[in-house]
Design a protein around this ligand. Structure first.
Ligand SMILES: [Fe+2]
Length: 419
């Protein structure tokens, strides 16, 4: 017996198109190199992952419901996550980037064609929803992959009215709530329009009285925990957590850096700029303003730079100082820190052989500029993965620091800047 669908065909088509559009948008701007990326246990190569998203939809909608043959005959041996070991996904004979995107679009077109020609019933709705939610889960994975690997911030296609900004910046809600003991129902009930397998079915669970924080911890609260030695105090950690902390040597969250004025800053996707001992506050303010202009995620001050909060620096930054995070690092610590940076660490140097305009910068790129006059110190230059030079035709051998930084930043971010 056919049970009527609870959703209109046009709503279903809109949901499918939107989910796939968001997923594609999260990978389309990545370079070929980024589409593969480094082999890490917590991420997938994006080239594989976007193909897997399409394969999943094809498998359940076109092949399972429609009994169609696979579009790519060997697709199961490439994209079935249950059979293809995670480690091997970087070495598979995957279709090229262009072929993969074509496959993704072909699956979507065939799914939409099927919806137009065969009105779905409730049972078929299930598989359409399953594919859409699966795409959504991978959209989340694409986003955290970009953060993990330090790729640029994605330009999210969030339809107007869907941004829940009231959830942001609401501050802390301290204290615990006490949940009285009793029998609770956990799981989904059959009247819901869609449930995942692991939510089936609601069943009674006896619980003892327990306490739980009333809201997630805020970054400010967590920073206090870090500063008060929370990572060194065994009593705050579970056995498993402490083993991880000991093995990882973590002292604070992985994307945090201790910044100027005792504040903490967080790496957001690919953005930092490092400066070594800038002495002129006007230059520093101008550089901060330029960093803001190109969407750089922050400015790192190496060694004893001038005061970024001096009147002159603040004025030259035209207010950008309040938007661009500043991080301080000592020259001694910089090389070790820089060694963990995944993309290029680009320094400008008079002895460099490469023209800064002819280089393809490996992202996320970190620009390292020396101080006015002497330029990069030998130790900091050595910590750079690549040294470039700005050509000069006149009598001088270098430009003003802020001007040179601006040229470099615009060149390095050429591909992500658009009107
Ligand atoms: Fe998946």
């Amino acid at each position: 017996m056919r049970t009527e669908s609870k959703i209109t065909v046009s709503d279903l088509m809109e949901m499918i198109t939107e989910a796939q559009g968001i997923a594609l948008n999260l990978v389309e701007d990545l370079t070929d190199e980024q589409m593969l990326g480094p082999r890490l246990p917590m991420v997938n190569p994006p080239l594989w992952e976007i193909g897997h998203v399409a394969w999943f939809q094809e498998k359940w909608v076109l092949r399972h419901l429609g009994k169609a043959k696979p579009i790519i005959p060997e697709a199961d041996s490439l994209y079935d996550s249950a059979c293809v070991p995670h480690d091997s996904r970087w070495e598979l004979p995957l279709p090229s980037r262009r072929e993969t995107f074509r496959y993704v679009q072909e699956v979507r077109d065939r799914v939409l064609d099927r919806l137009i020609s065969i009105a779905p019933n409730a049972a078929e709705d299930y598989f359409h929803h399953l594919a859409v939610f699966h795409t959504g889960m991978h959209a989340e994975a694409f986003t955290y992959t970009r953060q993990t690997l330090g790729y640029s911030r994605p330009q999210l296609l969030v339809p107007p009215g869907r941004v829940h900004s009231e959830a942001a910046g609401t501050g802390s809600l301290p204290g615990d709530a006490e949940i009285p003991g009793g029998t609770y129902w956990l799981g989904a009930t059959p009247d819901l329009p869609f449930v995942f397998d692991n939510e089936k079915w609601a069943h009674p669970v006896p619980l003892r009285t327990f306490r739980i924080a009333r809201a997630p911890v805020t970054n400010a609260e967590y920073a206090s925990f870090v500063e008060e030695g929370g990572y060194q105090r065994r009593e705050f950690w579970s056995d498993e957590g402490w083993i991880w902390r000991e093995q990882s040597g973590a002292r604070h969250p992985v994307y945090w850096e201790h910044g100027s004025g005792g504040r903490w800053f967080r790496r957001s996707f690919d953005r930092w700029v490092a400066l070594e001992e800038v002495r002129d506050p006007g230059n520093l303010g101008t550089i901060i303003r330029t960093a803001d202009g190109v969407g750089a995620g922050g400015v790192m001050l190496i060694g004893t730079c001038c005061d970024p909060y001096s009147h002159e620096a603040v004025r030259a930054s035209m207010g950008s100082i309040f938007d661009v995070p500043l991080v301080r690092v000592s020259p001694e610590r910089f090389p070790a820190w820089a060694a963990t940076w995944r993309g290029d660490r680009v320094g400008t140097h008079l002895d460099a052989r490469e023209d800064f305009r002819s280089v393809r910068y490996r992202l996320p790129a970190l620009l390292v500029m020396g101080s006015e006059g002497p330029g990069l110190s030998p130790a900091i230059a050595q910590a750079c993965s690549r040294l470039v030079k700005i050509p000069m035709a006149g009598r001088l051998d270098s430009l003003n620091l802020a001007v040179a930084t601006a040229l470099m930043l615009y060149e390095m971010r050429r591909e992500s800047l658009a009107l």
